[in-house]
Design a protein around this ligand. Structure first.
Ligand SMILES: Nc1nc2c(ncn2[C@@H]2O[C@H](COP(=O)(O)OP(=O)(O)O)[C@@H](O)[C@H]2O)c(=O)[nH]1
Ligand SMILES: [Mg+2]
Length: 248
């Protein structure tokens, strides 16, 4: 609990057996965390066995593989059912340090922002942290385009480390969002669409083999998906389209 608010950490997991223990250990070191929910999307490794052996983690296993966005839909549904006031999504691949959880939660609990992102770009250390140059360039380009289309000023839209208030999660209708990676981007666009503000904290970047599996082809698909989200947002603002993700 923090300021009387229940803090739930959700982990969308896929093939995270090598890294989930370390991630959970560090989450548990954050005294304010009340509950950890890990949703496994039919991993092909031992993620479920390893996660189930960890004390303090509730493991939910998908009946079939639904993708990264589908996984998050389950994460937020379960977190709200568990009575969360603040939900923090962190990947179980140990790419993002759980040590930022108190900082992110405090920004929400103190009503500064209902959504907080841990940005790898803010501060300028992502390349030193090992982010591949092509990912950095793509991130910067997509961020610039989306800031224009969405009328926002974020340092990045692509981090896998995000915190939301209960109010945001109750307001957003995630059911029409993609089950793929572009889900993340749609969610941020919806948050801005509904007039919520987004705060950012600077997060150290770590890249190693187990922390990144998205290949170039899937990244290109994701990139075009992000541009489409921005375009849909702008068209909707101009009254020229009524995309389902904003109008349900
Ligand atoms: N459900 C599902 N999740 C995936 C899949 N591939 C990756 N993920 C999840 O998406 C997250 C981001 O993928 P990752 O490869 O770490 O991307 P990167 O760190 O941004 O390069 C991972 O932590 C996984 O939990 C997939 O095929 N299905
Ligand atoms: Mg990763």
């Amino acid at each position: 609990m923090y300021l009387g608010k229940k803090i739930v950490v959700v982990m969308p997991a896929y093939n995270a057996a090598q890294t989930v223990t370390q991630t959970v250990d560090e989450v548990l070191q954050q005294d304010i965390v009340d509950e950890i929910i890990l949703v496994d999307d039919r991993s092909r490794d031992d993620t479920v066995a390893v996660a189930s052996s960890l004390l303090g983690v509730r493991v939910h296993v998908h009946e079939k593989n639904t993708g990264y966005g589908g996984n998050q839909k389950t994460c937020y549904r379960l977190a709200l059912q568990a009575g969360a006031d603040i939900v923090i999504m962190v990947h179980p691949d140990y790419q993002y340090t759980p040590k930022l959880i108190p900082a992110m939660a405090s920004m929400i609990a103190n009503d500064l922002h209902p959504c907080v992102l841990a940005s790898r770009i803010l501060g300028g250390y992502s390349l030193q942290g090992g982010m591949p140059t092509w990912k950095y360039v793509a991130n910067r380009f997509l961020t610039a385009a989306e800031n224009i289309l969405l009328g926002a000023k974020l340092s990045e839209y692509h981090t896998g480390y995000r915190a939301f208030s209960k109010g945001v999660l109750q307001k957003l209708d995630l059911s029409n969002n993609s089950d793929d990676f572009v889900f993340d981007n749609q969610m941020l666009a919806q948050i801005l669409w509904h007039g919520f503000t987004i705060g950012e904290v600077s997060c150290p970047t770590k890249y190693f083999k187990e922390a990144s599996s998205i290949n170039f082809r899937r990244s290109v698909k994701y990139g075009f998906g992000c541009l489409n989200v921005g375009l849909q947002f702008r068209l909707a603002r101009l009254g020229l389209a009524k995309p389902k993700i904003f109008f349900t």
